[in-house]
Design a protein around this ligand. Structure first.
Ligand code: URA
Length: 247
């Protein structure tokens, strides 16, 4: 066994909790994808965004969510968990629903899974405050951390849809099966859905594993890294297409 000299890619993988990689002499690297370098548009000039859709603005939407009683989840919540991040983000990461810590703090992905998500974002030069918005399929905690029921996701979907309309992200990343199935409107495994660019209401969408699953299934972190690299490549293509159409 030899240990390759640490590269920028290794550092990012370590940040995500994957590395350091050990490689058999002469064997190919196990993680597969090449490291993304940046997600920023090259020119530094704002790229054109899709047209705004009329409807409630951020403040009204936040008030609606805070007082929502559209499904049974409202009865046991401490806080609604609206979402967090750049309201004009190119990237929208969507999880499942708040857990206990999110319910206590009113912010998505602040527990253990959130720490991993932050590392995943950092590994591709993103952070929750910059170019990224993070939301969930449901805004109230499902008791006992169970998956949201279909009716609960449905009751919450108008809130999420309005968030998507307001953000107008270039790319959605669905974190885990609950997000993927609800956003794509069809049942399939993450294994079957990853590695392709899907669409949610005309917005490109990529599927990867939920960070909480990755905390339990360390072997799949390498696949999540490949998904992130794929997402970065896809974003580059989308930004480049937007740049070309602006010329
Ligand atoms: N898991 C999710 O899907 N969302 C959160 O906000 C926290 C954990």
């Amino acid at each position: 066994m030899t240990r390759p000299a640490p590269s920028r890619r290794d550092e990012m993988l370590r940040e995500m909790g994957i590395g350091p990689r050990w490689q058999l002499r002469g064997a190919a690297a196990v993680t597969g994808a090449e490291a993304p370098v940046t997600s920023a548009p090259a020119a530094g000039v704002p790229l054109p965004r899709p047209a705004a859709v009329p409807g409630p603005g951020w403040e009204e939407l936040k008030a609606r969510v805070a007082s929502c009683t559209a499904c049974g989840l409202h009865a046991k919540r401490n806080r609604t968990v609206f979402g967090v991040g750049d309201e004009q983000a190119d990237w929208l990461f969507i999880g499942e629903g708040p857990g206990a810590e999110e319910d206590a703090q009113g912010e998505p992905f602040v527990g253990q899974a959130g720490k991993l998500l932050d590392n995943m974002l950092a590994s591709i030069n993103l952070g929750r405050g910059s170019k990224v918005y993070i939301a969930n399929i449901v805004k109230c905690r499902p008791p006992g951390n169970r998956n949201p029921e279909a009716e609960e996701a449905q009751a919450c979907s108008s809130h999420l849809q309005r968030q998507i309309e307001l953000i107008r992200p270039r790319l959605i990343v669905a974190l885990g099966k609950v997000a993927a199935v609800n956003l794509l409107g069809r049942d399939a495994s993450i294994a079957a859905l990853r590695g392709q660019v899907h669409e949610h209401r005309g917005i490109p969408l990529i599927v990867t594993y939920h960070p909480a699953y990755l905390l339990r299934t360390l072997n799949d972190k390498a696949k999540a890294w490949q998904d992130l690299c794929f997402a970065v490549d896809t974003m580059r293509g989308l930004q480049s297409a937007a740049r070309t159409s602006a010329d």
